[in-house]
Design a protein. Structure first.
Length: 118
C-alpha cells in the first residue's frame, strides 16, 4: 500500500514546504528521502496535488531561474493559509495517530494475556 494514497499527500507536501520554498522535483526528492523511501511519490501524483494546493490557496508559485543555469523552475511556497492548513492537518494527524496507537496497544495487551480454553 502506498501511504500517500490514504490521505496524507497534502500533509506531506505542506510539510515539505514549511521551512523553505522548493521546486517540484526538489519537493518529490525531499518527501521520498525524508520518508526513508516509504513514500514512493512520483511526478504523476505530485503535480496534480500541487495544482490542487495552489487552487486551495495553501501554496503559491512563481518561476525562478535555475541555480544550475538551465531552464527556469516553478518554485512553490506556503501561504499564510497554507501554514494554518498545515497546523490543522498536523493536529488531525496527531489525533488519528493517538487513536490508532490506543487501538494497537490495547490489541497488543490482549494478545499477551493467556488464552482461556473453552
Amino acid at each position: 500500500m502506498n501511504p500517500l494514497k490514504s490521505g496524507t499527500l497534502d500533509l506531506a507536501l505542506l510539510a515539505a514546504l514549511q521551512d523553505q520554498p522548493r521546486y517540484g522535483l526538489d519537493i518529490l526528492k525531499h518527501v521520498n528521502d525524508r520518508s526513508g523511501g516509504l513514500f514512493d511519490l512520483r511526478e504523476g501524483s505530485l503535480y496534480p496535488a500541487l495544482h490542487r494546493l495552489v487552487k486551495a490557496g495553501w501554496i503559491e508559485s512563481d518561476w525562478q531561474p535555475s541555480d544550475r543555469g538551465g531552464a527556469p523552475r516553478k518554485v512553490y511556497r506556503l501561504t499564510e493559509d497554507g501554514r494554518e492548513a498545515l497546523h490543522t492537518k498536523r493536529q488531525e494527524w496527531q489525533t488519528l495517530r493517538g487513536a490508532l496507537d490506543a487501538l494497537l496497544i490495547r490489541a497488543l495487551l490482549f494478545s499477551a494475556l493467556p488464552r482461556r480454553s473453552a
